[in-house]
Ligand binder design. Sequence first.
Ligand code: SF4
Length: 493
Amino acid sequence: MDVVLFSDISPHQIWIRTIGVYRLASICRKAGLSTKVLYGLTDYPPEIQRKILERYVNKDTKLVALSTTFMVARARYSGTSSLRNKYAQELLDLIKEKKEQFPHIPFVAGGGNSNDEIFSFFDHVALGYGDQLITKFATDIHSLKKFRRVVDGRNIYISDNTFNNDYSTEYHETDVIHRNETMTIEVSRGCKFKCKFCSFPLNGRKANEYIKPGAILKKEFIDNYERFGIQNYILADDTFNEDAEKLEYFLGIVENLPFKIQYTGYFRLDLLDKQRAYWKRLLDSGLRGAFFGIETLNDKSAQVIGKGFGRENTLKTLYDLREIWGDEVNTAAGFIVGLPYDTKEEFQKWADIVRAPGFPVHCKSFEPLSINKKSDISPWQSEFQMDSEKWGYKLFEKREGKYYWESPDWNYAEAAVVAEKTVQEIAEHGGQNFGSFKVQMLMGLGLSYKEAFSLIPGDKASIERINEVVSSRIKANLDRELALLERPAQVKS
Ligand code: SF4
């Protein structure tokens, strides 16, 4: 196989494939490179991992790349994470063995955790989107000089993050896609906003930039339906409802497909407030989940971070949406603990509103504010990260490569405890569904929206049902991977 791409996701961990490796595989195949995506290998015991690697990685292979964003290796982490990526360390050991066996092949780590020490044996690291780089890694790595910097003996490549010419992601029969899985799809890339805490690489891009041409989006929907029966989608767009023009463009395609889709995406509530004319159309077009990054109900704090819609407007829009969408669209809201001006006391004041029974969002999540150390090379940096002290945060290294913050009022560890406790309190009072993305993922494992929506986090019967469908999917994945091994050696692109 010319190119072997490892997806880092385990279905135990996240109940969906992530799109990155498939997008890169699609680009490689179009360039004439035979390409195999290996998905969920961390669920398989080492002897099976070895069998699969032996088949695809050999002396003729031109590139081996691994996505690191969601890989949690047992050797380093503990707790429930170790159960999720069950055989991650074993897989990394095997990849390392292959690298030693074939030193002429570039081994590239990509994704959000590439700098983690568990991936340090990769000589090459790609940061940002890999669209521009991937085929060159396989065919002419020296031509990537202009993207390369050498840091601590490793080659770090930073792409310019744009879509390459064709924008599309085409799946291959060897990707072992199951009928009506939930797939991720990019309608556009990047976000025109620049919230202070957010470190996505294309933040602040122009409106209407990096939008997939309509003909390509339509073709992807149709191909995925005709070849794999796909009708379930997660929209990868950082902010799906950027403006009415984009909604019009998307709905114009979806409403005219010869089949229905069901989908979930990230929305900004302040924009949705101005897009009231679209609420019913979104529902009728198959919207099943909407995630709102509300972050805080402290107006001063919201203003500072770049989400100054205000508490009153936020609550009104949520109540109005509930009237139109009811339980037909599973809504989720994300909040951050520890933003500027959100002292311990301020936080508890507004968290009471979210904790109160009847708060009109189905799933409420709380996370501690996360700030990494300023980096000279990473394109993934928030404004808080670029100048943390200006925003009132002192950073200190908790363990190698992992930075925690301290503000005059509290610190990361305290915020993490408060975040967890707040979620528990909400769950104890019965006010919590699974989040919008999780429900959409469960629909891709064979559950109807109604059944997925009815499951309750922490409930024994719900957990058993989820374990049942996840285990069955993992077994189906393995059966089909093993069946591919029975085929003649070269799997053509
Ligand atoms: S938080 Fe959301 S709206 Fe703000 S920059 Fe990030 S993706 Fe865009």
